[in-house]
Design a protein around this ligand. Structure first.
Ligand SMILES: [Fe+2]
Ligand SMILES: [Fe+2]
Length: 209
């Protein structure tokens, strides 16, 4: 089974958004929820440690990183002599972990990995990572969203995708997409912190509060 020591080599140590510390939090959260729900902890460990291992570089297009990471997971787990059905189970978790992805989590383990990964975009770490990602992508922390963006999520020509845009477009909807009861409970205080931060940010940008 992939170990934490092994996984450290697959991730950059200098990326606070999708680097190794994110993976460690997701792994710990997946194990915590997995134990509560009686999930297969070995599949969860492999999937959590491998879920962002390939194609997640913020300077590149991350749109397919779930598939690149699943393919990498197949190689690693085949190398360890895992049976094919368990490799497929770990790959399904990885393929379905992305909020903007096409594949929905079908198994308990896939739902838990999705939830553990999404809990790390809510709350205090979520705020830090969202701002970190905006900085990495050369985008501002705050820009006023256009009417078009508010109505459809589509940008006006030249409109930046600030951290605040990401809050409006994705983060405030994440809680409603969680699958498991323990994750929904953990999400509540995290969402409160996140909402109040981004609302305060917008107020300050407009000279209020
Ligand atoms: Fe990811
Ligand atoms: Fe992730």
């Amino acid at each position: 089974m992939p170990t934490i020591e092994q996984a450290q080599r697959w991730y950059p140590s200098d990326d606070p958004v999708h680097g190794f510390d994110h993976v460690l939090r997701v792994h710990a959260m997946a194990q915590q929820i997995g134990r509560q729900l009686g999930a297969d902890l070995e599949i969860l460990q492999a999937a959590a440690l491998l879920h962002d291992a390939a194609g997640a570089d913020p300077r590149e297009n991350r749109a397919e990183h779930q598939n690149a990471s699943a393919a990498f997971a197949r190689q690693v787990l085949q190398g360890e002599g895992w049976p094919d059905d368990r490799i497929q189970a770990a790959m399904h978790c990885i393929e379905s972990h992305r909020f903007r992805g096409q594949v929905q989590p079908q198994t308990l383990e896939a739902k838990i990995l999705f939830d553990a990964d999404k809990l790390d975009v809510l709350g205090a770490f979520g705020i830090g990572r969202t701002i970190g990602y905006a900085v990495q992508a050369g985008q501002p922390i705050y820009a006023a969203p256009s009417e078009r963006f508010l109505a459809s999520g589509d940008h006006e020509p030249g409109e930046p995708h600030s951290a605040y845009h990401e809050y409006l477009f994705k983060l405030r909807h994440v809680g409603a997409r969680l699958h498991t009861e323990p994750a929904k409970q953990l999400a509540e205080p995290r969402e409160r912190v996140m909402r109040s931060f981004f609302e305060q940010l917008a107020d300050e940008a407009q000279g209020k509060n």
